[in-house]
Ligand binder design. Structure first.
Ligand code: SF4
Length: 347
């Protein structure tokens, strides 16, 4: 490497460090663990329940205005992790520090207040809306709960404003969810999540149940609202193309563990973990010639049970480059904020 190239690389690293230092840290999750007790099938009445490790020590940081994408197979713990962030499922260990306060230790009343700042959008748009309530009532419900002092007229005004913001006509305020398409129902869910002006939204597979054209509309809507309102997003999805499009950083999960995390560009350009490589190789390329030449790295077998995870590296039973030592030592995330990997073979 010439001196000029070295200097440019050093300047680039310094600029990146400054950009990170400039940003305000909203959320810091440290070693979060979620476990469920599964009753034993034994007839012995004192048999102990088994522990299902749904999330096994996940740490993340989220900055103001940033989007963190979370990917991984079904059953890898993405949604459980997201729910644990806002206390919908209890964490058995670790901390969720939101603007300097650990949410896992907050009393119920204070945690309820914090929910104004963190909202969630769910996967199935129709199932997440109460079929007996009108659209207006669904969107207004959080306002009435947290701001009971608002008059009916003020609530209606705010609801109509929000409906316009998310691309719904205010004159459908008295209709019921079943009268809307999947995309429109997701817009109602977004309006309900945004009505309290939160700082962060957790999007739990918000477009998985929608048609491709509608997916693009909803993703574009989320991006424009993020820009307008300065929101931070945690975006969970199966579709890596969408995650690549919307995320600033991406976190890859496998069996409740983080196997790789990094800035979207770096991670997609040079995935380092064998699991991430397999996921990336399955992403379609919009060029028929390249797509035909592409080698897909197939993973053998199914995701192991989180009731009985493999010893050492949790990915070793499906890893194409596993060594004997992978069964003995559990790898930890190594690297920096720009790109970190959890694999014994990656220095
Ligand atoms: S630690 Fe071993 S088993 Fe795990 S991903 Fe790396 S090479 Fe594969």
């Amino acid at each position: 490497m010439t001196d000029v190239v070295k200097q440019e690389a050093a300047a680039g690293k310094a600029a990146k460090k400054n950009r990170v230092a400039d940003k305000k840290l909203l959320l810091e999750v440290n070693d979060l663990k979620v476990q469920f007790d599964i009753p034993s099938k034994s007839l012995w009445p004192w048999a102990k329940p088994s522990k299902l490790k749904a999330v096994d020590g996940v740490s993340i940081k989220l900055y103001e205005g940033e989007t963190l994408g979370i990917v991984g197979e079904s059953g890898c713990g993405k949604s459980t992790f997201a729910r644990a962030l806002i206390g919908l499922v209890p964490a058995v260990a670790g901390s969720v520090v939101w603007l300097g306060q650990d949410l896992t230790r907050l009393p119920y009343k204070e945690m309820r207040e914090k929910r104004k700042e963190i909202q969630m959008i769910f996967q199935d748009p129709l199932a997440s809306l109460n079929p007996r309530m009108t659209v207006g009532d669904i969107i207004a419900e959080p306002l009435r709960t947290f701001f009971p002092q608002l008059s009916k007229v003020e609530v209606k005004e705010q609801v109509k404003d929000m409906m316009t913001k998310v691309g719904l006509l205010p004159n459908v305020i008295n209709r019921y969810p079943h009268e809307f398409s999947g995309g429109q129902c997701q817009r109602i869910g977004i309006a309900r999540a945004l009505i309290l002006k939160p700082k962060m939204i957790i999007c739990d597979e918000p477009v998985s149940a929608l048609d491709v054209s509608i997916q693009a509309q909803v993703v574009n809507l989320l991006q424009s609202l993020q820009k307008e309102l300065g929101l931070s997003l945690i975006f969970i999805a199966h579709d890596l193309s969408i995650v690549k499009h919307i995320s600033d950083r991406v976190l890859v999960m496998y069996l409740g563990n983080v196997v790789e995390v990094g800035e979207t560009k770096a991670l997609f350009a040079e995935p380092k973990h064998p699991y991430t490589k397999a996921l990336m190789s399955a992403v379609p390329i919009p060029d028929p010639i390249l797509e035909r030449q592409k080698k897909i790295e197939m993973l053998e077998g199914d995701l192991p049970s989180p009731l009985n995870p493999p010893s050492g590296c949790v990915f070793r039973t499906r890893c194409p480059v596993a060594k004997a030592s992978c069964a003995e030592t559990k790898p930890t995330l190594t690297g920096d904020e720009a790109h970190a990997v959890s694999c014994l073979l990656v220095a």
